[in-house]
Design a binder for this molecule. Structure first.
Ligand code: GDP
Ligand code: IMO
Ligand code: MG
Length: 428
């Protein structure tokens, strides 16, 4: 029997499903919490008593003083990491235990400028990125001109050579768009500024995870973004530059998929999306009070402050996510946000090109033509935010929950009725 020491939390839609809350809740049972893709484009909000924490790159397990790992599938903004570590240490009065894989690529100041230029020149086709330099940093990684953590500890001459090589094309672009060109020495000095911080904080993926398995410790992988923002399987081109699926974890962390046990999918009772890109179930403002929904659900970007678009829960996509990630349990968030609605809709299929579709069409151009088919449910019209047991939830609410489980063929084990830790119901 393979050891199942690795569990993961995956966003089922376009991010912001409430992953931070779930990670914070369950990470008490793990020794390690790991980020394995993305960078500080993530924004995970965690409410503990009267304090709210927002983390972008530091794994949320830091709030429970767990050992936090950032593997080589990530791109890392060291300034951001350092600031988040200092902030948590100041608030918690405890040393944060964070370690970064030697192979992780570093987001450099020029990546953010390239992100900005890319968006500017794309005009109406822009992605609506977080402008954190995520895409340009992954471009350098795959273009084999990236700078990695390990480079900081190698020969200085070699690092300077790598920076020089990476700057050749970029400086031509910066000059063209009237931006200041970057100097090798400035980037070199910038990087050296983090050497002390990183001392004794690095690891090798393979050795780290082998030793975790050997000592029978447990790891929780904290997904960032969501399945539909996956570069391979999402709504391309309106996606991020990494794969936020469970499938990416083995490669990004050098582990075997055989050692993954629980794959916990996170969804809200509705969909949300920020940035550009189509969401078929988007709710028109005249249909329901979207302002109220956004306030109750805190639907404002953690990273950029942008308002998120709201849509009815799309079960076609949820089923796609469950199947793709091999999700074996779901967590249904934000139930409290819909407590005041008289009717609640679930999307159970699409009309597309004169046909009825029950599956997510891979082709984005077809996806654009999808018109949702809804099943309408009666709301429950009752404040559920203090309910602790599944049996005490209104029957209308239970009906919806059980319909979702049946449709996507996966059990919902956690129900969330508020942002705080205690606003949680464990089912079964
Ligand atoms: P993440 O990126 O998936 O971690 O999600 P975000 O933190 O970006 O966004 C989720 C927002 O909803 C945060 O402000 C959370 O504090 C909040 N939240 C999480 N669960 C619930 C819930 O069940 N009900 C309500 N009302 N808010 C929640
Ligand atoms: P969490 O972890 C929501 C979106 C951006 C944009 C697209 C590409 O909080 O769920 P990028 O900067 O990654 O190149 O932007 O992806 N995006 C997110 N949306 N939640 C996130 O993370 C996101 N991370 C990226 O808005 O549409
Ligand atoms: Mg978020």
């Amino acid at each position: 029997m393979e050891k199942k020491n690795f569990d993961c939390v995956i966003g089922c839609f376009w991010g912001d499903e409430g992953k931070g809350k779930v990670i914070d809740l369950i990470s008490k049972d793990y020794q390690y919490v790991v980020r394995s893709q993305g960078g500080d484009n993530a924004g995970h909000t965690i409410k503990i008593k009267d304090k709210t924490f927002k983390l972008s790159i530091l794994p949320s397990g830091a709030l429970r003083n767990k050992i936090c790992l950032i593997t080589s599938g990530c791109v890392i903004n060291l300034e951001k990491l350092l600031n988040e570590v200092l902030e948590i240490e100041q608030k918690s009065k405890k040393k944060v235990k964070v370690f970064v894989s030697l192979n992780t690529h570093i987001i450099l100041p020029y990546h953010k400028i390239l992100d900005e230029i890319n968006e500017k020149v794309s005009g109406k086709n822009k992605i609506g990125t977080t402008l954190r330099g995520i895409g340009p940093s992954y471009i350098d990684k795959f273009g084999r001109i990236g700078i990695r953590i390990v480079d900081l500890f190698n020969d200085e001459k070699i690092l300077k050579e790598k920076i020089k090589n990476s700057l050749i094309l970029k400086n031509i672009i910066f000059k063209h768009f009237n931006y200041q060109e970057f100097k090798v020495n400035d980037i070199f000095n910038y990087l050296m500024g983090f050497k002390d911080f990183l001392l004794n904080k690095t690891f090798n993926n393979k050795e780290m995870f082998e030793s975790i398995l050997k000592s029978n410790k447990k790891c929780l992988f904290e997904g960032a973004q969501g399945t539909m923002l996956c570069i391979e399987n999402g709504t391309y081109p309106y996606v991020t530059s990494s794969s936020p699926t469970s499938l990416s974890i083995p490669l990004n962390s050098t582990i075997s998929h055989k050692n993954i046990g629980k794959i916990i999918g996170i969804t809200k009772i509705y969909c949300s999306r920020v940035g550009n890109g189509f969401m078929p179930t988007i709710i028109k403002p005249e249909k329901i009070d979207l302002k109220k929904i956004k306030l109750l659900g805190n639907e404002f970007g953690t990273v950029t402050g942008r308002e998120r678009e709201i849509g009815w829960l799309d079960l076609v996509i949820l089923k796609y996510s469950v199947e793709l990630n091999q999700i074996n349990m779901l967590s249904l968030m934000h139930l409290d946000v819909f407590s005041h609605l008289n009717i609640i809709k679930l999307c159970v299929g699409y009309h597309c090109n004169g046909k009825i579709l029950k599956k997510y069409p891979q082709n984005y151009e077809d996806f654009l033509k999808c018109v949702p088919i809804y099943k309408t449910f009666k709301g429950w019209n009752l404040d559920i935010s203090n309910i602790k047991k599944y049996q005490d939830l209104p029957k209308n609410c239970q009906k919806i929950i059980e319909y979702i489980e049946k449709y996507v063929n996966c059990k919902i084990k956690i129900l969330s009725v508020g942002a705080a830790r205690k606003k949680t119901i464990y089912k079964d």
